[in-house]
Design a protein around this ligand. Structure first.
Ligand code: HEM
Length: 331
């Protein structure tokens, strides 16, 4: 668990206000599903933000108490998991040398997480030397959800995943599925031919040329672990939304998704960093406020239904309209 003394003694760098760090997902006033993947210039799989300690605390709590819900894997993914783990460790130590270090003596490795004051010695490739499977292990040191997708028999398979911050989907349910199967709840994704196109695009990805895309939805309250398995706990919060509290309760939720071809296994490493911003923060950026309003106004009903906010969409639109009017009056 998080060591509070260390937590207090290390300050995560780059502590800008939340709204300046938030990955706003809209490029225009209209949003439709498309393959919005772009080349990932930074090449980074993971990013450490000031929310690190809180989010690692939630992840580890879930992985301890409901492991089957937040981690799934097939034994044939183990070798590829070591490859993913090595790539993430090397990246962490290169990009955040004050926070993470690794000593390698052949296969004898010592990984230190200085943020959490944890030292782990293990033998690379020997699963009995680690407390958890490699993907499950390294996922406990980063804020991202992590997946290993294998490519075989002309398809992509969900072979391993650590998922603590799902936007209402289940790794226990999706484990072993193909790309088209796990996307089947997304309306008009398969029947429009998009699933097939995106799958073909992913299958042609090359090592060293990663991709990234932003996905978005809305969440009531600042809750990252919106599992379908616990819908009864967080889903009811939608009923509490009123014209008075809608701006504070509703959060714009962006998933920063990144895709990497693994040169050894030929599979894909997929990372998701989830960011939440209360809608009441948006007036601080008038261009975002107006854009979000127009996107919602123009959004097809099937998308609001799938994303789960049809019941409070009218209240949200009314709130955004009021905030836009206030901005115009104050000019
Ligand atoms: C291998 C990488 C990927 C994985 C593991 C993945 C996984 C998922 C999962 C599990 C869902 C939720 C489905 C549900 O409701 O149960 C989803 C939704 C979705 N995915 Fe993917 N996906 C991947 C890549 C992509 C790419 C490259 C695109 C590009 C178009 C894409 C487009 C979408 C869309 C549009 C949704 C609906 C999201 C929403 O409206 O909130 N996915 N994905």
């Amino acid at each position: 668990m998080v060591n509070s003394e260390i937590v207090n003694s290390i300050v995560i760098k780059n502590e800008q206000p939340q709204i300046t760090r938030f990955p706003f997902p809209f490029k225009s006033d209209s949003y439709r599903y498309s393959n919005n993947s772009v080349s990932l210039e930074s090449g980074q799989i993971v990013t450490i933000t000031p929310e690190y300690f809180a989010e690692i605390g939630i992840k580890r709590h879930l992985l301890t108490t409901v492991h089957h819900r937040s981690y799934q894997s097939f034994s044939h993914s183990l070798e590829a998991q070591w490859e993913c783990m090595e790539m993430i460790i090397d990246e962490l130590c290169a990009n955040y040398p004050d926070y993470f270090t690794i000593e390698k003596d052949g296969n004898h490795w010592i990984f230190v997480n200085h943020l959490l004051n944890e030292t782990i010695a293990f033998i690379f490739g020997d699963s009995s030397s680690l407390p958890y499977e490699p993907l499950d292990f390294i996922g406990r040191h980063v804020q991202e959800d992590l997946f290993y997708i294998s490519q075989r028999d002309g398809d992509l398979y969900m072979d391993a995943g650590q998922l603590c911050f799902p936007a209402n989907w289940s790794i226990a349910f999706d484990a072993g599925m193909t790309f088209t199967e796990w996307h089947s709840p997304v309306p008009h994704f398969s029947d429009s031919g998009m699933a097939e196109k995106v799958k073909k695009f992913l299958m042609k990805m090359e090592a060293g040329k990663p991709w990234t895309r932003l996905n978005w939805t809305l969440t009531v309250e600042s809750i990252l672990d919106t599992f379908p398995e616990t819908y009864a706990e967080w889903g009811v919060k939608k009923d509490q939304i009123s014209p008075q509290n809608v701006g504070k309760l509703v959060h714009l939720r962006t998933e920063d998704q990144r895709l990497f071809r693994m040169p050894g296994s030929n599979g894909i490493l997929f990372s998701i960093h989830t960011h939440l911003l209360p809608v009441c923060e948006l007036p601080k950026n008038p261009a975002w406020l107006k854009r979000f309003y127009h996107v919602l106004l123009d959004l097809p009903e099937y998308m609001a239904d799938y994303k789960g906010f049809s019941s409070y969409k009218a209240k949200l639109l009314a709130y955004l309209e009021t905030e836009i009017s206030k901005l115009q009056e104050s000019r």
